[in-house]
Write a protein that binds this ligand. Structure first.
Ligand code: PGA
Length: 257
């Protein structure tokens, strides 16, 4: 089935957690728990900027990718406190999360900045993980599907099919993030299928079937297997449970199905 056409990607989003000095112990504990994982998925950890060099060093030669959690849409210049895509790729960063709901909620990111950042990331070898998802209020109003459709359309505006095939889309219902409330596998599948259909309309069936769509929002060692068994859920973006090597390993192993 179409699942074979795309990669399963299990990405940890460490948010503003962990110290550089803690990463080697994390990788030493994780790696023996996921032997042979490259055969069924790509595993990634997305860390705070300042920790990236330590993470790149600790995961060197393990096959675990390293990503950032944000980047500037600008190439360079007078943007105090910002980090560019070129600076990230220069040190070897392979992935970058764009438009996480915490960035949208606390730092004023919009669908338009998400689009600009995605375009900037695609000028580099990095894989952008573009986040979309509804708030509880939007879900209760029954506008989840139309809202997520619009978020994907704007995020991908001006992006060709060839470029889009390098993107990962993460569906993260805001009400499920860090709350312990997970979307049911059926609800998560429904929205991921909506996203796949939008990709078909924007591009074509072949491109849509090649794009990895992750679910994120309280995915953990207990519920990962069922979520990842859904036909349009090709991986996870995991916050809390990615901070503990044993729990993260269970999720990576759950992708082996
Ligand atoms: P959570 O976070 O797994 O802690 O809910 C997911 C995310 O914010 O990416």
């Amino acid at each position: 089935m179409n699942r074979e056409l795309r990669k399963t990607v299990i990405a940890g989003n460490w948010k503003m957690n962990k110290l550089a000095s803690e990463i080697k112990a994390f990788s030493d504990e994780l790696m023996p728990l996921i032997p042979g994982y490259k055969g069924w998925c790509d595993a990634v950890v997305c860390t705070p900027f300042v920790i990236l060099p330590a993470a790149l060093c600790a995961f060197k030669d393990t096959g675990v990718g390293v990503g950032a959690q944000n980047m500037s849409q600008h190439e360079s210049g007078a943007y105090t406190g910002e980090v560019s895509a070129a600076q990230l790729t220069d040190i070897g960063t392979q992935y970058v999360i764009i438009g996480h709901s915490e960035r949208r909620q606390y730092y004023g990111e919009t669908d338009e900045t998400v689009n600009a950042k995605t375009i900037a990331a695609l000028k580099t070898p990095m894989t952008p993980i573009v986040c979309v998802g509804e708030t509880l209020e939007q879900r209760e109003k029954g506008i989840t599907n139309s809202l997520v459709t619009m978020q994907v359309e704007v995020a991908l505006s001006g992006i060709s099919a060839e470029q889009a095939s390098k993107i990962i889309i993460a569906y993260e219902p805001v009400w499920a993030i860090g709350t312990g409330k997970t979307a049911t596998p059926e609800d998560a599948q429904e929205v991921c299928k909506v996203i796949r259909d939008v990709l078909k309309t924007l591009y074509c069936e072949k491109t849509a079937n090649a794009i990895t769509i992750q679910y994120g929002g309280s995915m953990n060692d207990k519920n990962a297997k069922e979520l990842l068994a859904q036909p349009d859920i090709d991986g996870g973006l995991i916050g809390g449970a990615s901070l503990k090597p044993d729990q993260f390993a269970v999720i990576i192993n759950a992708a082996n199905q």
